[in-house]
Design a protein around this ligand. Sequence first.
Ligand SMILES: NC(=O)c1ccc[n+]([C@@H]2O[C@H](COP(=O)([O-])OP(=O)(O)OC[C@H]3O[C@@H](n4cnc5c(N)ncnc54)[C@H](O)[C@@H]3O)[C@@H](O)[C@H]2O)c1
Length: 395
Amino acid sequence: MADKKRTINVGLVGYQFMGKAHSNAWHQVPHFFDPALHPVMHTICGRNHAKALQTAERWGWKNVATDYRRVVSDPEINLVDITVPNNAHAEVALAAIAAGKAVCCEKPLARTLPEAKQMVAAVKKAGVPNFVWFNYRRVPALAFARQLITEGRIGKVFHVRAVYLQDWIKNPNIPLVWRLSGAVAGSGSHGDLGAHSIDMARFLLGDEFQEVCGLAHTFIKERPIGEMVEGLTAQVRSGQKVKKGKVTVDDAVLFLARFKSGAIGTFEATRFATGHHNGNSIEINGDKGAIRFHFEDFSYLDFFDDTLPAREKGWRRISVSAGQDPYSGKYWPAGHVIGYEHTFINTANDILENLAGPRRAFHANFEDGLRCQEVLEAVMVSHQQRQWIRIADVA
Ligand SMILES: NC(=O)c1ccc[n+]([C@@H]2O[C@H](COP(=O)([O-])OP(=O)(O)OC[C@H]3O[C@@H](n4cnc5c(N)ncnc54)[C@H](O)[C@@H]3O)[C@@H](O)[C@H]2O)c1
C-alpha cells in the first residue's frame, strides 16, 4: 500500500558546518522518529555551485541553488532552514517570512538586537511558524534536567554556573575568519558560545535574566587575511609575508547575572581556554538539590538530592540513555549512547511535529532568540559602560 504520509519540502541555505549537521538531521529524522510530516530534502543553497552540488549528492538534496532568493521564492518549498553566518540570518529570514514560509534559523538569531527585533516583528505579523536551532535544549541529559527542575527536585534555585570553553583560535596564525569579524558575526565567543549558555539557563530555569555585568576581552587584535585551509592560510603555511586585518570581536566574555526569580549566575565564554575543545558545562544549585552537565560527558546528568537522609547524600551520575527524556529512547537500547548530531535530529523531529499539529509555540522560537539577543546586548553595553545593565533598559 502506498505511503500516504504528509510531506514538507525543506530548503536549506548554507552547506558547511551547520549545513552538514542539518542535512544529516533532515536525512536521519524519519529513520529514528516517526514524525507526522515527512521532510523532503528539496533544495540546498550555497554560493559555490560545485560545493553545494557535492553536498547535495552526499546528503540527498534533490536540487541545488546558488542564490537564496531562489529558495524563498520557490512555491514548492514550505520550510526555509538557515545555516549561514549571522550577518545573513535577517536577510534570508525576512525574505522567507515575506514569502509566507516557515523558518528555522541557526543561533544566535541575528547579528544585532535591532535585526532580531525586526525578525520577531516579521514572524508575528506574518503568523508563520518559526524555530531557532538552540540544539542543546535537546540533549537528552538537559531535557531530563529540565524535567527534574520543573518537578521541583532541586527546589528554589540559588546559583547558575555556566562555562563554554573552546581553544581553537589561540594560535595567532589562525586567519581572520568570519567568526572574528564584528560586521559579519556581531560578536565573538559571546554570540557563538555564550548564546548557548544563556539559552540553556533560560530553558532549564524557566526564568528570565534581569540584569548583567560583563567583561569582554580580545587577546589577539590582528590576524592574517586569507582563506583558512586546515587551520591556516596558504601564505602562513608556506612562510610568506602575510597581510593582517583587525579582529573586531571579543575572544572571551565573562559576566555576572541576576535572574528575575532572585537566582544569580556566572557565565564564561571563550575560545582561548587551552585544553578545551568544546567544554560546554552548566551547574545549577537549589535549596533541595543540584544538577550539573558537561557536554563531553554527553550521556550523563549529575544529580544531587539534598532531601535524602544525610548518610545517603551524594552526587549521582545518571546515564540518560534509557528514555527518561523525550529523545534517547528513540535510538538504541539503554547504555548505547548517542551524541552531538542527535541533538539536531531531535530538534528536526520536534520542528516537524510542531508543523504537523495545531499551531502552537515552539521552543526555542524567534522570541526566545530575541530574549537571548537582549542578554547578549546588555552584557556588551555593560562592558562598554563598566556598570551593571538591566535587560529592560536595552530591550
Ligand atoms: N547550533 C550550534 O551548535 C551551532 C554550531 C556552529 C555554528 N552555528 C551557527 O550556524 C551558523 C553557520 O555557522 P557554520 O559554522 O555552519 O558556518 P560555516 O562558515 O561553516 O558555513 C557557512 C555557510 O554559509 C554559506 N553562506 C554564507 N553567506 C551566504 C549567502 N549569502 N547565501 C548563501 N550561503 C551563504 C557559506 O558558503 C557556508 O556554506 C552561524 O549562525 C553559527 O552561529 C550553530
